[in-house]
Design a protein around this ligand. Structure first.
Ligand SMILES: Nc1ncnc2c1ncn2[C@@H]1O[C@H](COP(=O)(O)OP(=O)(O)OP(=O)(O)O)[C@@H](O)[C@H]1O
Ligand SMILES: [Mg+2]
Length: 437
């Protein structure tokens, strides 16, 4: 059919894992790097994270298995799935950065991709030089690129740093420029992996808007994200990947619904120590997660306004005590929006780990989440230089009941997830003066 721009037939990709797992430990998605608060990306990529003790039993690993689909011109396709499902691998094959092991792809049109940090840009070249390099790779003439240049710089807000090598850019600047280049150089097919995980809310909105524009111009967008609300609003079509195979290929709403249902049931069923959909060096692994009430008794759900301990069991595979370990709990709502980030270094509370195993407790008073379903991700790193363990959807938890306000009101859970008590009045006293409003 003439309006088919991408055709994928029985695509498979096999990785062979070495014992040292160097490839895997170096391989970090954009989101992983950013969620570690990485300032120096290059340092992170260049420095292998010490000896790897954790090694899986499997040597061969199929990241994609027999994947087939067709994408038509102007389709906006959201690709979703849990960590390790094969989303980025698929995008890399479509962008011809990696070869498939088996199967075929056929693409009609110029592809611009924004994948993990490090692809597409040359670190030693300046922002300006990278814009021209990328344009040339896309087959554009110098004059064409010049015409787009100001728009790109304007969108990325990097004017002052145009003549700085991009390796000196902050992660936010880097991604802004990379996105601007990919989206503005008039690709026929725009492929974007997770860009919304970085940047502030305003930039995220700008990116979504730009991708929508690109789609409206009749061009094709393929978009990987863990933010279900973004996938639903941007995409007309959704593909759900599960362990390297397609489990749903339908509308974005159908794919999102299936993903959310599966995410919850899986999160409840598989104990943390058995989970393989995780990343990090593995020198420390989170092995369990429980909610305890203020008496230390395990709870299966939460109530707004109450006090709790989140308990993370860990296995330390290094055999030595570790100091200055950063632990994060990321809390997402059912649409994948991040609602809360609890992290030890915010409060200068980094923890020390026993040489073998133990528990980490995160105490929280007056729970400010309103009713609903939430998912917790666990992230453990060492001195902010080595990601030890990262499990997305480590637990799914319901908040139901509770009386945060002491009035019986639950807030409006469908409108807002965070509760705060406000003092309302028509009069305030400041410096002993009464102000009537
Ligand atoms: N270069 C590599 N060498 C070995 N294994 C790899 C490599 N790249 C990816 N993998 C593995 O292939 C699987 C699929 O990875 P992929 O990055 O495609 O997942 P993903 O769906 O993008 O996950 P995430 O949501 O975490 O970004 C994972 O188990 C990953 O560890
Ligand atoms: Mg990925």
């Amino acid at each position: 059919m003439s309006d088919t721009v991408i055709r994928v037939d029985n695509l498979s990709k096999k990785y062979v894992l070495s014992h040292q797992q160097e490839g895997q430990s170096r391989y970090k998605s954009l989101r992983e790097v950013i969620s570690n608060g990485a300032k120096s990306l290059s340092q992170k990529f260049l420095k292998p994270s010490g000896k790897e003790i954790y090694s899986p039993s499997r040597e061969e690993f199929w990241a994609l298995k027999d994947v087939s689909f067709e994408i038509k011109q102007g389709d906006r396709v959201g690709i979703i799935g849990r960590n390790g499902a094969g989303k980025s691998t698929l995008l890399k094959i479509l962008s011809r950065i990696t070869e498939p092991t088996n199967g075929r792809i056929k693409i009609n049109g110029r592809v611009a991709s924004l994948l993990e940090v490090g692809t597409g840009f040359h670190p030693e070249l300046t922002g300006r030089e990278n814009i021209f390099l990328n344009g040339a790779i896309l087959g554009m003439s110098k004059a064409e690129i010049k015409r787009k240049f100001d728009e790109i710089v304007d969108f990325a807000e990097v004017e002052k740093f145009l003549d700085t090598p991009v390796k000196r850019y902050s992660s936010g600047m880097y991604v802004r420029l990379a996105f601007a280049v990919a989206a503005h150089l008039e690709p026929e097919i725009l492929i974007v992996d997770e860009v919304l995980a970085v940047g502030d809310a305003q930039f995220q909105k700008k990116c979504l808007g730009k991708m929508e524009d690109v789609g409206k111009e009749g061009r094709t967008v393929i978009f990987v994200s863990h933010q279900m609300s973004a996938v639903e609003s941007l995409c007309t079509r959704g593909i759900l990947l599960e362990s390297g195979t397609i489990s749903i290929d339908g509308t974005s709403e159908q794919a999102v619904r299936a993903y959310l249902e599966k995410a919850y049931s899986l999160g409840e069923m598989t104990p943390l120590w058995q989970r393989t959909d995780r990343s990090g060096s593995g020198r420390v692994r989170a092995s369990s997660f429980r909610i305890l009430n203020s008496e230390g008794i395990q709870e299966s759900s939460l109530k707004s306004g109450e006090d709790y301990y989140f308990e993370i069991g860990y296995l330390n595979n290094t055999g030595i005590a570790l100091k200055d370990v950063v632990v994060s709990l990321d809390i997402f709502d059912e649409k994948g929006n991040r609602i809360l980030l609890l992290r030890t270094n915010f409060t200068k509370s980094n923890v020390s780990l026993n040489p073998d195993k133990g528990y980490i407790f995160c105490g929280i008073n007056n729970l400010l989440l309103t009713h609903g379903s939430y998912r917790f991700s666990i992230f453990i790193s060492h001195s902010d230089t080595e990601i030890l363990d990262y499990i997305e959807d480590a637990a799914s938890v319901n908040v139901d009941g509770g009386d945060f306000f002491g009035t019986g009101s639950s807030g409006l859970p469908s409108h807002c997830k965070i509760l705060a008590k406000a003092n309302w009045s028509t009069k305030i006293a400041i410096n002993n003066h009464n102000y009537l409003l």
